[in-house]
Design a protein around this ligand. Structure first.
Ligand SMILES: NC(=O)c1ccc[n+]([C@@H]2O[C@H](COP(=O)([O-])OP(=O)(O)OC[C@H]3O[C@@H](n4cnc5c(N)ncnc54)[C@H](OP(=O)(O)O)[C@@H]3O)[C@@H](O)[C@H]2O)c1
Length: 307
């Protein structure tokens, strides 16, 4: 027993002296500095404390974006037109510990946009770091078959609402970018969810393509116009992604196969492959990226006649 205790004391002394020599060594100091440096670099990949508005967050890509931003530390406000869906999502996010608030609002109406802005003002004290314009819709048919009402519906939902909501929220984005340290941390960000249909002709209908092309051009223009305000503006352009919006296409095996075969990666995207790019663009790590339209498309827009 005595021998055993002596051995234990010996081991303890050796361990303590080894620890003391490591801590006293310049190498341990260096390790400490690397750790601090590493923590600073890791902070570039966080959205801790940022405030975000994401439109159309109850389904598909918008829901993935809400969850991505909230999991990375942002406080998020979202909306959709269906009060029951908003309530169910808020309950789900609350149970997961995500900081998300929401309201039933139609962003194609002035009242809907104003209620979203009011909520952001109330919860975020007038400071908005991130706006994700995600709401979008489509009617797929031949150009000659569109009615004026259908054209207006697609343009209002995909483009006009984005233009008017971003205009309303610009003062909050500018105010957040003016807070000390914000610009060094990437500044404020507007992310527009576009489509490859706005880049190159695809079989998704001409009003949709026109609405997304318009979105791409205001993205480029606003990025330049608002750079002095500390606001970066970028667009993410997905190719076919599995969401409720593409359910009619998913139900057609011939179209699914055609789309898959034309995609170099030979598959559709998951919504969280779009939300990952959105989160990146909001971070300090993307602090010098503005006025860009970035495709999340499995190589589709680069493909000429390779696959
Ligand atoms: N899925 C794809 O393959 C794909 C490809 C390229 C681009 N995109 C773009 O990605 C974005 C999201 O598409 P998604 O596929 O995720 O669509 P989705 O599955 O139809 O989801 C759209 C979301 O927006 C909400 N919403 C629609 N209209 C609204 C309005 N006027 N006001 C408020 N909320 C509204 C919807 O809820 P309620 O209907 O209940 O309002 C829902 O939460 C769109 O801009 C779309 O054009 C999608």
């Amino acid at each position: 027993m005595f021998l055993c205790s002596g051995r234990m004391i010996q081991v303890l002394v050796l361990t303590l002296s080894a620890v003391a020599s490591v801590w006293g060594s310049p190498l341990s100091q260096e390790r400490f500095q690397i750790t601090t440096f590493g923590a600073e670099r890791r902070a570039r990949w966080s959205l801790e404390g940022k405030t975000a508005v994401v439109t159309g967050g109850t389904k598909g890509i918008g829901k993935a974006i809400v969850e991505e931003l909230a999991c990375l530390g942002a406080k998020v406000i979202t909306c959709s037109r269906n009060p029951a869906d908003v309530a169910a999502c808020l309950e789900e996010w609350k149970s997961k510990g995500l900081l998300v608030e929401g309201t039933a609002a139609d962003v194609t109406t002035a009242e809907g946009r104003e209620s979203l802005v009011k909520l952001a003002e109330e919860h975020f004290g007038g400071l908005l770091d991130i706006l994700v314009n995600n709401v979008g819709t489509n009617i797929r048919k031949a150009t000659v078959d569109y009615t004026p009402e259908e054209l207006a519906y697609v343009m209002d939902t995909n483009f006009t609402s984005l233009f008017l909501l971003t205009k309303l929220l610009h003062p909050l984005l500018k105010a957040a970018a003016a807070v000390k340290g914000s610009r060094e941390n990437g500044g404020s960000s507007v992310i527009n969810i576009s489509s490859v249909a706005g880049i190159t002709p695809i079989k998704s209908g001409s009003p949709y393509a026109a609405s997304k092309a318009a979105m791409n051009q205001v993205t480029r223009l606003w990025g330049c116009e608002w750079a002095p305000d500390g606001i970066r503006v970028n667009a993410v352009a997905p190719w076919y992604t599995k969401t409720p919006l593409t359910e009619p296409v998913q139900a057609d095996p011939v179209r699914v196969n055609e789309i898959t075969q034309r995609t170099p990666m030979k598959r559709w995207a998951d919504a969280d492959e779009v939300s990952g790019m959105v989160a990146f663009l909001c971070m300090k790590g993307a602090g010098y990226i503005t006025s860009q339209v970035i495709a999340t498309d499995g190589g589709f827009t680069a493909n000429g006649w390779m696959t």
